[in-house]
Design a protein around this ligand. Structure first.
Ligand SMILES: [Zn+2]
Length: 328
């Protein structure tokens, strides 16, 4: 029997999820109803929704979602199809048991394989999108600042795309071990050594052709502009943001911009005209055995333990890289 209501979690105070019992949504023409089975915790949740101040209905959170279609009014998606689904732009949170699926926001997952592993194709797909904006990677010296799930995905994809050097930087040693596993050629802990000297030494003084900012701090953004070679490229992926304030200002040492004159490419796949094809492309590449972003999963918890999962993710302790929630 299909239940009439479902649990929905939203942030009701900074770092506090509230549980709401709400009606299961009804689908309109061309839509599907998805029973969600996996929810993956993302750094952008921590930087925005997790910190959000209280409002009556709570603040929606979570956008890395996978599940199975249980009702359909779409020609393209049949009942029983497993999908990665993005929340609709109307309700941007997916920490709920059932969700309306819109075809333009859904990617098909093969029948075989662990769904926890498949859901990680969502964040990895956004990295794939970012890489598509860079131009050729073959033979390039790449520096990646930040080795969370996103920075590690960049490292894995560059390693499989012919970069000559993949230099990864992060202050957490456990993450640097991951970097090596996914294909980094060099790792730097900026707390232990000078990142400037290390990059100069590794690149033989040439500095990085491409720098990826995947940490989301004012300091790492400035590092990117300083460590890129002259006329190189800086890709901005991380969000430098104070809670939910979209007008947060960041200080930049313009001297390095004028000295190195990089081409700056900010990339956000989810806000592009087509937010799903790069995720479908990542699913297809994983199926082909090119790279399985599921190897970044360090923790799995039941949906009902979401509060704990977000706390763990935000703390960066216990070697946490990627946490996936599964249905209870
Ligand atoms: Zn995400």
């Amino acid at each position: 029997m299909m239940p009439k209501t479902m649990s929905v979690m939203r942030t009701v105070a900074p770092h506090k999820l509230g549980v709401f019992e709400e009606k299961i949504p009804e689908i309109k023409n061309n839509q599907c109803l998805i029973r969600l089975e996996r929810w993956s915790v993302c750094g952008s949740d921590i930087k925005s929704g997790w910190d959000h101040k209280k409002n009556t209905r709570g603040y929606p959170i979570c956008h890395e979602l996978a599940g199975t279609i249980i009702e359909t009014k779409s020609e393209k998606f049949k009942i029983g199809q497993r999908v990665i689904a993005l929340p609709s732009p109307v309700d941007i949170g997916g920490l709920c048991e059932f969700m309306v699926g819109i075809p333009e926001y859904m990617a098909k997952i093969p029948n075989e394989g662990d769904l926890s592993s498949w859901v990680t194709c969502q964040p990895a797909g956004t990295v794939l999108y970012s890489c598509q904006q860079i131009g050729t990677i073959i033979g390039k010296k790449v520096l990646i600042l930040g080795q969370g799930g996103i920075g590690l995905s960049f490292a894995a994809i560059f390693a499989r795309s012919g970069a000559s050097q993949i230099i990864c930087s992060d202050p957490i040693e456990e993450r640097l071990r991951f970097s090596k596993n996914v294909g980094a050629t060099h790792v730097i802990n900026p707390i232990k050594t000078s990142i400037d000297d290390s990059v100069a030494e590794i690149t033989n003084g040439a500095m990085a052709d491409i720098v990826i900012e995947a940490a989301g701090y004012e300091q790492t953004l400035n590092d990117a502009f300083r460590l890129v070679k002259q006329y190189g490229k800086v890709i901005i992926f991380g969000m430098v943001r104070d809670g939910n304030n979209p007008s947060t200002l960041t200080s930049i040492a313009t001297h390095y911009l004028l000295q190195n004159c990089p081409t700056i490419i900010p990339t956000v796949g989810g806000r592009s005209a087509d937010p799903i094809s790069h995720i479908q492309a990542m699913i297809d590449l994983k199926e082909r055995g090119w790279w399985d972003p599921g190897e970044l999963i360090t923790h799995q918890l039941p949906f009902s333990k979401a509060q704990q999962a977000y706390e763990m993710y935000a703390s960066r302790k216990d070697g946490v890289v990627k946490i996936v929630l599964h249905d209870d």
